[in-house]
Design a protein around this ligand. Structure first.
Ligand code: AMP
Length: 192
């Protein structure tokens, strides 16, 4: 499986988030999954890649050229694909992935996550999207998204587009038990 992971560049977030990122990297590597991520060496991205590489995992980074010019890329990756811009990176991260996992993060992570959810809503992506809810990080977002549905900006069916898990050990089981998204997604993409 090729798992696309979105996660923070922050170096300053709590160690509990780094530990979860390292652990997830190790677990995905042990399960022979290929990790595709933003290619960074910093923050949770670095911890994820370090955790996977320590277990002999295959980690693919996809990074825009301007970031390599300032040497933000992780030096130990099996493969680093350099693309022209952020849009191409986002497209390449998601395309061909069997699942998306979002770890805690800032606007970059949230943007990537919301693009994946939006494409799923429109029937352009069909695979599981799992949010690692370390220390309840994503609980306020889940509450907010419930409000989005209650206020009729999205349909109730859309709540099944993503799921939250508390621990890295639950990520792969969640991916394996999430059914493929419905082929008729476009029939209820719009709230009528
Ligand atoms: P953020 O959550 O705002 O820290 O942004 C992290 C996400 O944006 C990652 O999944 C990357 O795809 C991208 N990104 C942001 N900053 C960097 C960086 N310094 N190196 C590599 N990717 C980055």
């Amino acid at each position: 499986m090729r798992i696309c992971v979105y996660c923070a560049s922050s170096e300053k977030c709590d160690e509990v988030y780094h530990a979860a990122a390292r652990r997830l990297g190790g677990l995905l590597a042990a399960a022979r999954c290929t990790i595709v991520y933003g290619g960074g060496a910093v923050g949770l991205m670095g911890s994820l890649a370090d955790g996977a590489l320590a277990e002999g995992g295959r980690v693919v980074g996809i990074i825009p050229r301007f970031m390599t010019e300032v040497e933000w890329q992780h030096p130990g990756l099996a493969s680093l694909e350099v693309v022209e811009d952020m849009r191409e990176r986002k497209h390449r991260l998601l395309t061909g992935s069997d699942a998306v996992v979002a770890l805690p993060g800032g606007c970059g992570t949230l943007e990537e996550l919301f693009e994946a959810i939006t494409l799923k809503r429109l029937g352009l992506y069909f695979n599981p999207i799992v949010l690692l809810n370390t220390r309840g990080f994503y609980t306020p977002l889940q509450t907010f998204l419930r409000q989005v549905i209650e206020q009729r900006f999205m349909n109730p069916e859309h709540a099944a587009m993503w799921s939250l898990v508390d621990a890295p050990e639950q990520v792969l089981p969640a991916i394996r038990t999430t059914p493929r998204w419905r082929e008729d997604a476009r029939d209820y993409a719009v709230v009528r």
